[in-house]
Design a protein around this ligand. Structure first.
Ligand code: G6P
Length: 614
């Protein structure tokens, strides 16, 4: 939530910062702003409600000169999206400007103190309180900017990634983080700071991830210095990132979401690479095999996640219970942490997160680690906070996912969970060897089958034209297909703003059936697996009430074709891998409906890709 970018070096800062904001826009996009200290001892701040393109337009006739600056794209927490609430925020004397991602929880108390000391406020944000506090500390203690930031941050409760610049000092950026991500790009005679590496990668692949309570003193033509808010000097290792610029571009597709849907055959192969070996019938996940005792003696698996990752977790529950015979509970991180969960030291906790930065999941990890459980992180973003706070884990390796609605990360999460279940099940001998070989061979064929499904895109597009103006949708599935129904409904809601509900097909009789009429499209996942006959009965019940049914069926299906109004065929597979295939047409259906409705597919209203606030 919120994107931060900063630059200091020998090039003009403005174009770098604007481009960086475009790359970070997926993190929030209700307002944007920029602060540029220049050699004339001015500190220019420009900010507007709206998109980065609105900011760029606004700056057309402004003085944007200078080789240092900070910029921000916002996802509102405190205070509505407006010009005043946009970042950067000036301090009272307008000599400091600050950008912030996170939440200052005790902002009200701090604000009262500042008001008592003569400070006035232009915005209703928590961020303005922080910049005023820094200025107050600077004046009160007659100290430099870094020490003032340290003093202020010691009074703050909450989460922050910040960057501050000051007038009369076009050679310095101070950056700091706690519970919100911040990464530095180390170039030749230039340094970048950003919420993630996407604005940096074009210029350098040498990065440093800041840790909680770190402050970075970024001076022109000097190595970056690190100190904690407790004033302990630190050093950090430079990491070389393997990310390419083409991964951050649309590559000819009209939207990142479509590009990412079509990338799935490749991303699934990348996810399996070096892990699945069909020639020697092996699946190797070092994160599990290095900790085999913990996994094989696990009393229970707890899966914690949010959003789409939580849906992947539900599929994980079916996989681990079926193939490994370990009891599983799947929890929303946000709910789990605020009740009084029973956590055993011999629990395995699997946390799933595309971004690796979701605040609730990070907080839940703290809780379970304190209780002594073993935490396994399943993440996409390399070097993000979750993998750095877990005992072991696996990356999904799908490259940057930029569309706010998750697609390729979801299918790769399912792939990793499938590999985990196979790996544990084989070692525990809960999967007999011949069955293991069958499953492994089938898993290996999944990317090709995804490729086949993508060829039906035109047909799905036609189907979307029929349903674009529906006001409500129901998605039904049973067993492994139930989480797919939830995810299909979420995809539609997120990007088309059509109300959609996912439901276990049999539960429909206990409520949603009352909604069925010929205005209500029902998407039923009716692939040829264990609950096929039962789902057919559920479809009959809908048809008997004039409902309109779009069914996702297996290629060899004959029965559902005669009952449903429309069918989308997918290749047959093992039931436990069905979700990886069944979700693909549902991703495409939501995509085309949203495009028909002229929605901003990659940046749907009110959403953000990375939810770094609770
Ligand atoms: C946001 C995103 C979703 C994502 C969820 C969890 O809501 O828009 O796409 O599923 O956060 O994020 P995570 O990064 O933890 O998977």
């Amino acid at each position: 939530m919120c994107g931060i970018v900063g630059y200091i070096g020998y090039r003009e800062a403005y174009p770098i910062l604007i481009k960086g904001l475009y790359r970070l826009e997926y993190r929030g996009y209700d307002s944007a702003g920029i602060a540029l200290p220049n050699r004339q001892n001015e500190l220019n701040v420009y900010k507007v409600k709206g998109r980065v393109s609105d900011l760029d337009e606004f700056c057309k006739n402004k003085d944007v000169s200078g080789t240092i600056g900070i910029a921000h794209t916002r996802w509102a927490t405190h205070g509505e999206p407006s010009n005043n609430n946009a970042h950067p925020h000036y301090s009272q004397s307008e000599t400091l400007a600050l950008i912030h991602n996170g939440i200052i929880e005790n902002y009200a108390t701090l604000k009262e103190q500042l008001i008592r000391n003569g400070y006035t406020f232009q915005s209703s944000t928590d961020t303005e309180v922080l910049v005023q506090l820094i200025e107050y500390m600077k004046i009160l203690n007659k100290t430099d900017l870094c020490t003032a930031v340290q003093m202020a941050l010691n009074q703050v409760v909450g989460a922050y990634a910040i960057a501050v610049v000051e007038e009369n000092n076009p050679d310095l950026i101070i950056a700091a983080r706690k519970s919100s991500p911040l990464v530095l790009g180390i170039g030749e005679k230039e340094t970048f700071v950003a919420s993630d590496a996407s604005p940096i990668i074009e210029y350098t692949n040498r990065v440093i991830y800041l840790e909680d309570e770190d402050i970075a003193v970024i001076k022109r033509n000097a190595p970056v210095k690190f100190v904690t808010i407790g004033n302990v000097e630190k050093t950090h290792e430079i990491i070389k990132l393997e990310m390419s610029l083409s991964q951050l571009e649309k590559g000819g597709y009209p939207h990142f979401m479509l590009k990412e849907i079509f990338e799935q055959p490749r991303t699934l192969r990348d996810c399996m690479r070096g892990r699945v070996n069909v020639d020697c019938n092996n699946v190797i996940l070092s994160g599990i095999l290095d900790n085999r005792e913990r996994f094989f003696n696990a009393r229970r698996i707890l899966i914690l996640a949010c959003g789409t990752s939580w849906h992947a977790g539900l599929v994980g529950e079916y996989l681990f219970e079926e193939l490994c015979r370990i009891p599983v509970e799947v929890e929303y991180s946000s709910e789990f942490r605020y009740r009084h969960p029973v956590i055993f030291p011999d629990d395995i906790v699997i946390t799933i997160s595309q971004s690796g930065e979701t605040a609730d999941t990070l907080a839940a990890i703290d809780l379970v680690r304190k209780a002594g459980a073993f935490v396994y992180g399943l993440c996409n973003v390399v070097g993000s906070s979750i993998p750095r706070n877990t005992d072991s884990g696996s990356y999904t390796h799908v490259g940057p996912e930029i569309g706010v609605a998750s697609t390729k990360a979801f299918t790769a999460q399912l792939m990793v969970l499938s590999m985990m279940a196979l790996c544990i099940g084989r070692e525990k001998k809960t999967i007999p060897e011949p069955r293991f070989i069958e499953l492994l061979q089938e898993l290996n064929s999944i990317p090709d089958k995804v490729e086949q499904i993508l060829k039906t895109n035109d047909k799905i597009k036609e189907l979307s034209n029929i349903f674009t103006y529906a006001h409500n949708f129901i998605y039904l599935g049973r067993g492994y297909s139930y989480p797919v129904a939830l995810e299909g409904a979420l995809k539609l809601k997120e990007i088309s703003y059509i109300h959609a509900e996912g439901y276990p097909a049999a539960e429909m009789k206990h409520g949603p059936i009352a909604l069925i009429d010929n205005e209500m499209p029902v998407v039923a996942i009716a692939t040829n697996n264990g609950t096929y006959e039962k789902v057919i009965s559920n479809i009959q019940e809908i048809k008997a009430r004039n409902g309109r049914v779009i069914a996702v069926v297996s290629q060899d299906d004959t029965t559902v074709k005669n009952i449903a109004d429309y069918v989308i065929e997918i290749p047959s597979t093992e039931e436990c891998f069905d979700p990886i295939l069944a979700i693909i047409p549902l991703q495409l259906l939501s995509y085309h409906i949203a495009v028909n409705k002229k929605r901003n597919v990659d940046m749907p209203r009110n959403l953000a890709k990375s939810v770094t606030v609770e």
